[in-house]
Write a protein of this length. Structure first.
Length: 168
């Protein structure tokens, strides 16, 4: 194979891996939000301390995304629309992690396969981002309905974002 074809394939692979990484990045963000939602809805009680809350979150974060989704569904704390969207994301996540490469074996050599996979990765990232936004709103609604005032929520959210380096 000549050098130009090798470079072209390497560039395609680099671009594809950026898209895979972008989709996985969004999936991980959603997993964190959904796990937080699970802890808030099913594990936390009013007045739980930071140490106990952090421990509950850590324990929940060690579970698979599928198990977290199953537990939320079984508890009946999800609106059907949100549950359906979450099931769709979970199916797409499992496909991406477990089957995508097997289903697209010639992706670097086949332009239609590359276009199809690229489009699906974009859909996964968009869907996941939308579902994450919806869950973020659910977390906020739940926290506010538990008696935490908006100013405290905003202050605590800002502190966490600063601690994680997400804002200045």
């Amino acid at each position: 194979m000549d050098l130009n074809r090798q470079i072209e394939r390497a560039e395609k692979l680099a671009s594809l891996m950026q898209q895979v990484g972008f989709a996985v990045w969004h999936l991980q963000a959603l997993e964190g939000t959904v796990t937080t939602y699970l802890v808030l809805r099913l594990r936390a009680v009013r007045g739980v301390g930071e140490e106990q809350g952090t421990a509950a979150l850590g324990k929940a974060e060690r579970r698979t995304f599928g198990h977290v989704v199953q537990e939320l569904r079984a508890a009946g704390v999800l609106e059907e629309r949100l549950a359906s969207n979450l099931d769709e994301v979970l199916a797409e996540r499992n496909w991406l992690i477990h089957r995508a490469r097997r289903e697209y074996p010639a992706v670097l050599f086949n332009a239609p396969q590359l276009a199809s996979l690229t489009a699906r990765l974009e859909r996964i990232a968009d869907l996941t981002d939308n579902v994450n936004r919806a869950f973020t709103q659910e977390v906020e609604r739940h926290v506010l309905s538990s008696g935490i005032d908006r100013a405290t929520l905003e202050r605590e959210t800002d502190a966490v974002l600063r601690q994680r380096g997400l804002v200045d």
